[in-house]
Ligand binder design. Sequence first.
Ligand code: GLN
Length: 251
Amino acid sequence: MIDRNLTIGWLYPELMGTYGDRGNIITLRRRCKWRNIDFRTKVLDIGFEPKEMLECDLLFMGGAQDRQQKIVAEDLKDKVGTFSQIIRDEIPGLYICGAYQFLGKYYKEADGTVIPGLGIIDIYTENPNTDRMIGDIAIIPRIDTLSDFIFVGFENHGGRTTLGKNVKPFGNVLSGFGNNGNDKTEGAIYKNSICTYLHGPVLPKNPELADYLIKTALEKKYKKTVNLEHLDDTLEKTARTVIAQRLGVKV
Ligand code: GLN
């Protein structure tokens, strides 16, 4: 009997989704299905009504190149209020790369064009038009229940993100670039929103993060503690170990 359901708002699936980001949706759907949790996807594409976001228990937006980011920034203009409120109300979400940059104050392109952000998190991103930060990355997540794991992913970004002094990074970089290639921070956490540069996609190789999002969304929705049924993650963990070993990181 299905007694739990989750609706995920998938923001701009065509425009915002590089380097396999849609695999995150597939992973969430499968992990819910294996546990008999009804998983509904609500596509929020160009022109959607802000109030449609209010029906979502979880939000996801993938990364993109600058061209797509500009189109989406235009479309987000009338959604800033609702979007900000949802995030402040602790609706969980996963925001990858370009989507992460949107949650900050702005993203300055290599040619100096400024794409305004939602200004929800005290971060800004600038592309100095030097080398892009590309490659596999390994981090230790800074979420208490996940800090025993090493997460891996693939990053490809020109933007360097600077965190305000009160912003908590999502993780500490063990190998790779992370937010800016300097301070060893990766991504950011605000309320229940996880922002990260990890493409790849990030969730299939890091199933604990997928479960963290599912659990948080269910607990928020049903207002009670949820203990997810255990799944056999041998394959997922093997994939992660291969990448970690390639990077010389011990798992
Ligand atoms: N355009 C942004 C950058 O290069 C985001 C890239 C991405 O989402 N992969 O910094």
